[in-house]
Design a protein. Structure first.
Lengths: 280, 66
């Protein structure tokens, strides 16, 4: 008799709806849940994947219901972004602070990759303005020509992930201000264009912040094979991305694909360092 | 004297300076990161620094582009 009653009672299951814990009845569909909660939504996501209104919600499901085009809350966005990550990865990325010196072809691409994976804080420095010649490889738009790159990049990053904290420095980095501008970063990224600036930053960083990993880049001009671009460990806490040979010079320009490959290497090296992996 | 540069043995005139070595290797002093016996040096301040037999150098050359 007891067993019979128990089976007839509808059991409750525990889910999270838009990041809020909720107990609902078993065999509730997405459509029923939406009606019960009176949510104005047209995009239904369960455990990171879009789903249909007929889906029967299971115990432990992470359900997100949002309206297309509307701004999700920080918690909702975090849940949505987290869904595509390996479990446990997100928390470690979210509390990290990364410095990027240079917001050109490398820096703008690296910053976007790091914002997309949900890095908590970015510190970005550049002295330059967006120029038409930058648009062949840098993550800017025609209507941003003339803006300081750090301002334009911050705008673009906030359109991707408004919950990344972005600090900008619109000026030149030198041996006297490097440590101050990038105070407290977990990983430093060298993303300059000029070779003497690259060498200056690397020398200064290795001298002043030897315990903070540095990911620098050298050699990504032209359109030689992508496979010649590598990530190499040079010494403790110093990684170098590129083919180390191909300079930007007359007759050999910088082009989006290969610069993006190098930027991807650098961003992935940062990610691997954050997760305790060897970037090489 | 013998120097070890980026892992390879080099024969070099005794008493030569870092600047002379960079010139011989056709490297621009402003564009390199220099490690001498595990210490990172400011290249510009050490152009006239004398090298000694058995010194180990790592020289990272940066090329333009980004």
């Amino acid at each position: 008799m007891r067993l019979f009653l128990f089976q007839r009672l509808k059991r409750l299951i525990k889910i999270r709806l838009n990041e809020v814990p909720l107990d609902i009845q078993q065999n509730t569909s997405i459509r029923q849940l939406q009606e019960q909660q009176q949510l104005d939504a047209d995009l239904m996501i369960v455990n990171g994947f879009p789903t249909s209104a007929d889906y029967l919600i299971k115990d432990g499901d992470l359900v997100i219901m949002i309206k297309r085009g509307a701004m999700p809350s920080a918690n909702e966005l975090e849940a949505l972004m987290m869904a595509r990550h390996t479990p446990g990865v997100h928390a470690r990325i979210a509390k990290s602070r990364i410095g990027i010196a240079g917001a050109g072809g490398l820096g703008s691409n690296i910053a976007i990759a790091l914002a997309r994976i949900g890095v908590g804080q970015l510190v970005i420095a550049d002295f330059d303005q967006v120029e038409p010649s930058n648009l062949n490889r840098q993550q800017y738009f025609i209507d941003q020509i003339g803006l300081p790159k750090v301002i334009a990049l911050k705008e673009n990053l906030q359109r991707i992930n408004p919950y990344v904290k972005i600090e900008t420095f619109n000026g030149r980095i030198d041996p006297h201000n490097l440590t101050q501008v990038f105070a407290g970063v977990d990983v430093m990224v060298e993303a300059f264009d000029a070779p003497d600036q690259k060498a200056m930053l690397t020398t200064t960083h290795l001298q002043q912040s030897p315990d903070c990993p540095l990911v620098a880049a050298s050699g990504m001009a032209g359109y030689a094979s992508s496979n010649s671009i590598q990530t190499r460990k040079i010494r403790k806490n110093f990684y170098l991305v590129g083919d180390q040979i191909t300079a930007a010079e007359p007759g050999q320009g910088l082009m989006a694909p290969r610069v993006s490959v190098a930027a991807g290497h650098q961003a992935n090296a940062v990610l691997r360092i954050l997760l305790g992996e060897d970037p090489e | 004297m013998n120097l070890q540069v980026n892992g390879a043995e080099f024969q070099f005139d005794t008493g030569s300076s870092i600047g002379q070595l960079l010139k011989q290797l056709d490297l621009h002093p402003d564009r390199v990161v220099l490690e001498l016996n595990q210490n990172i040096l400011n290249t510009a301040d050490n152009i006239n620094t004398q090298l000694h037999d058995g010194d180990k150098l790592e020289i990272i050359q940066f090329v333009g582009g980004g």
